[in-house]
Structures are given as C-alpha cells and as structure tokens.
Design a protein around this ligand. Structure first.
Ligand SMILES: [Zn+2]
Length: 486
C-alpha cells in the first residue's frame, strides 16, 4: 500500500553523539604534547602513541578531571568506580588495532542538557560521558603525479571524550541548538576548545522516523561527516525528508551508517551498522580500574564556574539587561568576564556599559580584526568612558573618538583632555553656534514655534556639529530653548 506523505503524520527522533577533544597539555596515555595540528607530522609521538608492542600507557589525570568536570556541568552522576576497555577495529591511522575507550562502566552517567530552541526551553537527557583516545590522521596528497596517502600520528592518543545524548530531540533545529549549547558549556569550563573546523568537536547523529500512532517505525540511521552546526542541521533535514518519503511509499528503512556529502547536500550509504559485539570490547589489561573518590568529585564540583544559562539569568536580574543583550554578553566566558570587570561596583552603569560594549567595542574589535577574546580597550577604561558620557563631559561622538585613540594603561579623562575631546560647556561658544544654526534653519525654527517641539532635535544636532561635536548636549538644549522662546 502506498500513501502520500501528506496523509501520514510523522515523528522524528534524534540522538546525538559528540566527540570532543579534551583540552590538555599532554596526550591521554603518554607525555607527548597534545598540540598535534601545528607540529610537523610524526614529531609528537612515542612508543605508546605509535602503538609499538610492549609500550605501557599511563593515565592522564588532567584529562580524567576534565571529563568529570564535563559530567558535573551536565548534571551527571559520577560512579565511584570505572574502567577502561579496548575497542578493536582496524584503521590505517590506528596502528594498535584498537582504541582505548570505556564500555560498560563510563566516568559519567545520567545527566541532562537544558537549552533554548526557537525561544522555547528544552531539556534532553545525557546518557553518558566517557573518555577515550583519538586516532592519527591520514593525509591524502599528490606526490609527483601519484596520489598517495600518508599517516600522521601526532593526533594519535590525544584525549577525547564521547558525550552520548538520549534520543530526546525532535527536529533538526533542536539538534543544532543542543550542539551549540553543549559546545558553549565545554568552552566555559575549559574542557575543550570546541573548534569544529579543526575537528576538536565532532558530531554523529542518529535519526529515525515513525508515524505519530506508532504503526510504522523506521530503523535508526547514523549520519557522519558533519563539520559545522549548519551541516548537522542540513544533513538532518535531508535525512528526515528521505526517511518520510520512504515510509510513505511503503518501503522500509534499514539500519545503516550514512555519510553527509556537504557539497551535494545529500547523505549516502556507507555501511550497514555494526553492533557493539563486533568490536570485541574487553577490559584494558594494561591499565588499572579507576576509583573516583567522592572528595575529588566534590572538589571538581566546587571549582565549576558559573555556567552560561545561570550567568545570563543573573545578568538580566542583577544588571537589568534585556534578554538578548544578556545572551550576547554570555555567549563566551571571556566576554562575560570582561563585562563584569568593566561594571565593577558601578552596577547602575551596567546598561550603558553593555550598550557601549556590544556596539562600539565589538565594532572596533571587528574593524581591527581582533579575536573574540582580545579587546581593543581595557575593561576599566570602558567604565571611565561611560562615566564621562554620563557626566556630560563627553558627547557620543567624543566617546567614539576616545575609544579609538586610547592606549593601554591610559586614563580616559587624561586622554580626552590631551586629544581635546572633552565636551564644551562654555555658554558663549555654544550660544554663537546656536545663533548660527537658527539663522541657517528658518524652517526648523518655524516648525518649533508652530508647536512641533521635536524640531529641536535637528537644531541640537546642527549646533553640536558647529562646536566640532563637543558641545555638551544639556547646555546646547538649554541655550536653544532659551533663544527659541525669545
Ligand atoms: Zn606519545
């Protein structure tokens, strides 16, 4: 029986598995540097991470701590006991023939991630977070006309954590927003750079389709090779549609692994899905099981920084910021830290500081091509500039000039004086500029006298311009009102 797709109501079920490189100095089981990308190929390697027979691994304590920190940030339970297991498979960039991972006793279990998707707060379960090691990389090159594949083992043994989510997501957009929130948390707690382009944050998605009444259920399909949030969303939209069409046509959906081909915008079948038993997991004989002391977990918990959602809520509550501004300020921990240093004890100045930061400081940052965590002026200087504006000692245009001209360590008022930017409150200077403006704008004067009081805005703008942008707005207004009432 064939039904048109429109006659059936479908449900989409999505679960995500994220592999994130753990930010550490050294690799998971040896003392080689974990900085693999910048070094020449095969220079950050030793017997352990090259997989030479007989070489013995040693566990990186810092990596374990970062994974526990991740688990705690995701509300997981940290079982008192866990172990490492060998996952056997063959890849040309996996010389050992197995990967050290965790099978039945992971480091972290039963957590959740709360995130916002299209304005609605959602919570998805986190099944587990476990530690494992990355593989090497194959480099495909053209050497003297022949295409060759070379192996670089610098990345082999870099600590990796796998964050397995419950199949609680119901749309491609939710999947994207879940990933954005997860990456933000990993960056906040310093557990991973979360850099997707460099492969430090990789996602596999499981998606299945069923009818709303449960009468038709497709098998789970795993999608790989998505290296941006946009790619994850596009691949899932494509796959959702493909599965719905198949089911509507009365066809079945086999369990398989498909790869996303970004350039063509399609998923293609790669292989039928293997089961856990195909990997022949067994306990890693060269490493002891781990006992995780409750006091250690407590100390990691106590050192957790405030997470993005809580920080956003506090910014709204404590500083009276709008939700979208608070969101922008807390996207990255470095930005939120900068903002809080800038505000300091002057909470009543927070909204103005937020405006200047989001518009002008960020604008200057982009203009100068600075990274997101490098600010063109010091946080204290931003506070000083806003203070000068609030006191009427600096006009908006004067503040912009000061922002662009101030050097590290300088005092804002001193620089404003030196650059001749301080607002002019001298009533003789302003009166002369105002008279000039009134003479040049008879129409606006007539409008004002005819009752259109808003016309004073244009007159103020022209008068301030006539003072070289430095006339104090309050004095300009007072003098214009006085002259217009004569
Ligand atoms: Zn090594």
């Amino acid at each position: 029986m064939t039904l048109a797709a429109t006659e059936l109501e479908f449900r989409t079920v999505i679960g995500l598995e994220v592999h994130a490189q753990v930010l550490t100095q050294s690799k998971m089981f040896c003392s080689c540097s974990a900085e693999y990308a910048s070094a020449p190929p095969n220079t950050h390697v030793c017997q352990v991470c090259m997989g030479l027979p007989g070489a013995l691994p040693v566990i990186n304590r810092s990596a374990i701590e970062s994974v526990i920190r991740t688990g705690l940030a995701l509300g997981c339970t940290i079982p008192p006991y866990c172990k490492l297991d060998r996952k056997n498979y063959f890849y040309p960039d996996l010389p050992k023939g197995y990967q050290v991972s965790q099978y039945d006793l992971p480091l972290c279990v039963d957590g959740q991630l709360t995130f916002t998707s299209e304005g609605v707060e959602k919570t998805a379960g986190i099944t587990r977070v476990h530690i494992e090691e990355d593989t090497g990389r194959l480099l495909h090159r053209d050497e003297g006309g022949a295409s060759v594949s070379l192996v670089d083992l610098n990345r082999s043994g870099v600590p990796l954590m796998e964050i397995v989510g419950e199949p609680d997501l119901t749309s491609p957009v939710e999947a994207r927003d879940y990933l954005i929130a997860l990456r933000q948390i990993l960056r906040y707690i310093g557990a991973s750079t979360g850099n997707m382009e460099e492969g430090a944050f990789r996602c596999d998605a499981n998606i299945s389709t069923r009818t709303a009444d449960g009468s038709i259920v497709g098998e789970k399909v795993e999608i790989k090779n998505m290296n941006s949030f946009r790619a994850v969303e596009r691949a899932l939209i494509y796959e959702e549609e493909r599965q719905r069409k198949l089911l509507a046509a009365g066809e079945s959906i086999p369990q398989e692994t498909r790869g996303w081909v970004d350039a063509r915008g399609v998923t293609v079948s790669q292989r039928t899905k293997e089961s856990a038993h195909d990997y022949r997991y067994f306990p890693e004989p060269d490493l002891p099981p781990l006992t995780i002391e409750a006091s250690f977990v407590d100390s990691v918990q106590a050192a957790l920084p405030e997470l993005p959602a809580a920080r956003k809520a506090r910014f709204i509550e404590s500083f009276g910021l709008g939700a979208s501004d608070a969101e922008l300020l807390t996207l990255e921990r470095e930005t939120a830290d900068y903002f809080e240093v800038a505000v300091g004890s002057t909470t009543d100045r927070a909204r103005q500081i937020s405006n200047w930061l989001l518009n002008d400081v960020f604008g200057l940052q982009r203009e100068r091509g600075l990274p997101f965590d490098a600010f063109p002026i010091e946080a204290q200087q931003l506070n000083q500039i806003v203070e000068l504006v609030e006191a009427g000692d600096l006009t908006g245009s004067g503040a912009k000039s000061l922002l662009a001209g101030i050097e590290p360590g300088e005092n804002a008022r001193a620089v404003a004086e030196r650059l001749n930017l301080l607002a002019v409150g001298d009533s003789d200077v302003i009166r002369a500029a105002a008279l000039e403006t009134l003479t040049a704008n008879p129409a606006a004067v007539a409008d004002y006298k005819g009752g259109k009081k808003a016309a004073i805005g244009r007159l103020m703008g022209d008068t301030i311009r006539a003072t070289g942008g430095r006339g104090r707005p309050d004095t300009v207004r007072a003098i214009l009102e006085e002259l217009l009432s004569e």
